[in-house]
Design a protein around this ligand. Structure first.
Ligand code: GTP
Ligand code: MG
Length: 304
């Protein structure tokens, strides 16, 4: 049996192999993905973002439990487990992953942020497509909303949860980073800590200054204590509500198209960056001393 057949029979080792091919930017990976595309389109893709240590992994873990209660097959792609801000995150994530180890309907994969040929965002979304083709019903993408590529990844998720916590000046910070606009559901996690109610009021006020409705979807703020499994029923219900909203308004295909467009454009920009890197030395001085016009330089970069 070849890899694709084993993959479609839901052999987890075939999935792991396919993911490594895609991660390494191999052509075999791209070809495999092409042949699997027709099997994609049924997974719900949910982005979970928030600052380092805000409780993304803890919350994701409880959402896995919610999905499993409903007998759904769940995958998690943790895109930034090696965040330099939070020591010990990898160990913590490992421990959490272990509790799902025996459940064959839960698959958790961490991605290193460095060394992706073709860019992190492109690789992540290709992996999401693989997970979709494999047959997962829900795919969570957990990522720290700091770097541009991380923000880009959740931008193309069907639904995005933004996790805020008290005591980090999150309310103001998040607005600056422009991340509020991509959130569909706001969560104030660590509601057991002081300042949570105030943060909620601040976020509410900030939303009212901007908009409380995003493309016909009403933005709501939820309270959670993820570490105590509090507030998770409401959050899961809201996710289901958002999914139904997307379905009823024919937005699911648009979201898939956005993801595919983004896969193409991030690969393209990465290849352009590499092409420029390879060639710029030879003509950068010609641009500087006026021998070469900018459009001519660009033409040279695009030449194979
Ligand atoms: N007090 C309190 N602590 C929490 C809550 N949720 C999570 N934590 C704790 O916050 C810490 C960080 O939680 P994680 O789930 O690892 O956070 P994260 O956002 O995934 O962190 P990184 O992946 O490192 O960015 C852990 O010690 C959790 O136990 C909560 O609701 N209240
Ligand atoms: Mg984490």
């Amino acid at each position: 049996m070849d890899l694709k057949e084993r993959f479609l029979k839901q052999d987890e080792r075939a999935l792991a192999r396919a993911i490594s091919w895609v991660e390494a930017g191999k052509d075999e990976g791209k070809e495999l993905l092409r042949s699997l595309r027709k099997h994609t389109g049924s997974a719900r893709v949910i982005g979970i973002t928030g600052s380092p240590g805000s409780g993304k992994s803890t919350l994701t873990d409880k959402l896995i439990a919610q999905a499993r209660k409903r007998d759904l097959k769940v995958a998690v792609l943790a895109v930034d487990p090696t965040s330099p801000f939070s020591g010990g995150a990898i160990l913590g994530d490992r421990i959490r992953m272990m509790q799902w180890h025996k459940d064959k309907d839960v698959y958790i994969r961490s991605m290193a942020t460095r060394g992706h040929l073709g860019g992190l965002a492109a690789a992540s979304l290709q992996i999401v497509s693989l997970l979709d083709a494999y047959g997962f019903d829900i795919i969570f993408i957990e990522t720290v909303g700091v770097g541009q590529s991380e923000v880009d990844i959740v931008r193309v998720a069907d639904s995005t949860l933004l996790i805020l916590t008290p005591g980090q000046g999150d309310g103001v910070q998040a607005f600056k980073a422009g991340i509020m606009e991509i959130a569909d559901i706001f969560i104030i996690n660590k509601f057991d800590l002081p300042g949570a109610a105030r943060l909620k009021r601040e976020i509410r006020a900030a939303l009212e200054l901007g908009h409380t409705v995003k493309d016909g979807w009403e933005l709501n703020i939820f309270e959670a204590i993820a570490s105590q499994d509090k507030g998770l029923d409401e959050i899961y219900n809201e996710l289901s509500k958002h999914h139904n909203y997307l379905k009823d308004n024919n937005k699911l295909l648009t979201m898939r198209k956005n993801r595919a467009r983004f896969e193409i454009s991030s690969l393209l920009s990465e290849q352009l960056r590499l092409a420029l890197l390879k060639k710029e030395d030879s003509f950068i001085e010609s641009v500087l001393n006026g021998e070469l016009a900018l459009n001519e330089a660009v033409k040279l970069v695009l030449e194979p």
